[in-house]
Write a new protein. Structure first.
Length: 253
């Protein structure tokens, strides 16, 4: 595909960002994967949270083929953006003080668990408070965010801080403020966001590192297989039976 086309330009921009995070975030990805491997090996649980479109990358690592069975979605009703009407309500809820505390207090997360918090801007009250409260409860926090927002925007949390300021490990997506890679004559607003592509890649790289880290420890990584290959359902059933006390996206009888 020619880079003279808008589609080609977008692919070029996305590939460039993927190469940057591969090269510049390698150490942080390794640290995040090892933290998850340590937690799983010691009997802990792993959670992922994101609001708005950041929730897509969180959902992408939960209950999926080739994924870590123990990755659980920490769900906050209404903040996924497109699951409520009007959709703008999700953005408003991200700015509500105190919501994160209520969510964590009613969640199954315990000290020693890992919480991955995804927020592109990292500036809203919800992800900042989620990180603050999670660490206060004894969880290890991995943040996936664009560090650029901390220097080019104003925090919406009372403390004036950002998600990156309250994490044990930060993965920087390198996404520019505004999350739009292209501009063109006749299109008044910048367009073609790449944050979902890059953030999902960071999450999958982190999970892959965790799987390798578990194997190195002599622990078989509890990975899920596709239900669309022969034997996939049976495999997944065995994994879920063995690790059922650490999986929260299914009913337990």
């Amino acid at each position: 595909m020619s880079e003279s086309t808008l589609a080609g330009q977008f692919f070029g921009a996305a590939i460039g960002l993927l190469e940057r995070v591969r090269d510049e975030e390698a150490a942080n990805i390794e640290a995040a994967g090892e933290a998850i491997a340590d937690t799983v090996a010691s009997g802990g649980r792993v959670f992922a949270f994101g609001a708005g479109h950041s929730s897509l990358a969180a959902q992408d690592v939960v209950y999926r083929a080739g994924g870590l069975a123990l990755m659980n979605l920490l769900n906050v009703p209404g903040v996924m953006g497109v699951d409520v009407m009007p959709a703008t309500l999700g953005s408003a809820l991200e700015r509500v003080d105190g919501l994160a505390s209520a969510v964590l207090d009613s969640s199954p997360a315990k000290p020693g668990d890992v919480l991955v918090i995804i927020s592109l801007s990292g500036r809203n009250a919800l992800p900042v408070e989620m990180a603050l409260n999670a660490r206060a409860l004894g969880l290890k926090v991995i943040g996936v965010t664009s560090v650029a927002y901390a220097t080019e925007t104003k925090s919406r949390h009372l403390s004036g801080t950002y998600l990156k300021d309250h994490c044990d490990i930060v993965l920087d997506s390198k996404i520019a403020v505004g999350d739009a890679e292209l501009s063109a004559d006749g299109v008044e607003a910048p367009f073609a966001p790449a944050s979902t592509v890059v953030t999902s890649a960071l999450m999958q790289a982190m999970v892959a590192t965790a799987a390798g880290g578990l194997a190195e420890r002599g622990v078989e990584p509890p990975m899920l297989r596709s239900g669309n290959v022969d034997g996939g359902h049976e495999w997944n059933g065995r994994v879920m039976a063995e690790y059922g006390d650490r999986i929260f996206y299914r009913y337990r009888y």
